[in-house]
Design a protein around this ligand. Sequence first.
Ligand code: S3P
Length: 429
Amino acid sequence: MELVIEKINQLKGNISVPGDKSISHRSLILGSIAQGETRIYNFLNSLDCLQTLECMQSLGAEIELGEDNFIKIKGKGLYGLQEPKDMLEVGNSGTTIRLLAGLLSGQNFYSVLNGDHSIRKRPMKRVVQPLRLMGADIWGREDGQLAPLSIKGSLLNPLQYTLPVASAQVKSALLLAGLYAAGETIIKEPLLTRDHTERMLSLMEADIMISHQEIIIIGGKYLKGTDLFIPGDISSAAYFIAAASMLKSSQIVISQVGVNPTRTGIIKILKRMGAKINILNYQLKSNEPRADLEIEYSELKGIEIMPEEVPFLIDELPLIALVATQAEGKTIVSGAKELRVKETDRLKAIVSELKKMGANIKEKEDGFIVVGPSKLQGAACESYHDHRIAMSLAIAALLAEGKTVIKNSECIDISFPGFENTLQKLISF
Ligand code: S3P
């Protein structure tokens, strides 16, 4: 599929965005191993999350997907999952494969996790190595570096581990394995990453203690099924926050967006660049903060983004590269080497496509440097089958003279089905 987008003048109106992807994955996994019923509201019905749903069903979970993104799960309890009859297919979803690797390491059966072309190239040793330290029998190509992963689960040993890469997926895999370990698993993170797993585990009454950068989980305690209200995904809202900040006379409101402090890097960084973003109606629901965001156009300036800020806006960095092209002066991003092992090499992809559109951008080994402002021109662009690259380019196209074509744009459905319709609402208000 090709997405064709032309320049527009402004965005106006009120929208909401679909449910948070990270929280949706976790709600399926934890709801399936909880006791009693879990009801999920505003589940993200996107390709990635449906992949987790199918995997959990193959493991025997009773999950019903109803109308309006409502899900009901009859929990199986910690020890109620069953050996799947076939390979578990995770599609394009890194969260699914890594979190399930942790969960499956603690089951008393055999399973295999497989994924698409992109997943089979992404690094898995980061979960395999600590899971092996817990006693898991887990294998993959190149000594566990690459999927498919094959797992013979067992009772695990507790672990004390400092995360060598800032990754919420690795942390969450170890917390899930920790539920099945005989004793206290302690995980330290030198750089804070998204904490949705910890929050949901606390809500479901797991034996978990969280201090600033250390999490302790004690295995064996049953989780309690609960009602989970999922906020809008800030990573999806980010495209419209950025667009409204860059397009003159824009003024929009995005309602009920998740504003968990481990995810709001995009708001902090854009504000530092000069953006006008108001946070309204803040509330905590299902142990996750949410708010309405009001955004209006503002002049932007280039800034430096430091390595410790990167985990808080890891998925928004391709979009930041675009915003920097419209900001006065230099923007430098460092410490973002992780972008090279996402769905595609996002540093290479965004630098190459924004260059085609006329941006003054240079790739660094661990980030990029942009000098702005630049007038962008429409171009024929590649999505690299990566949803975040496709949507970042769609927003770039709104600013570019002429027409932009984004190839293989169907990947947007991985995280944001309805992206085009939501954009259309703001254009035709
Ligand atoms: C995610 C964690 C991040 C993020 C991904 C979702 C999660 O990945 O990029 O989109 O749900 O835990 P890493 O753990 O690889 O940083």
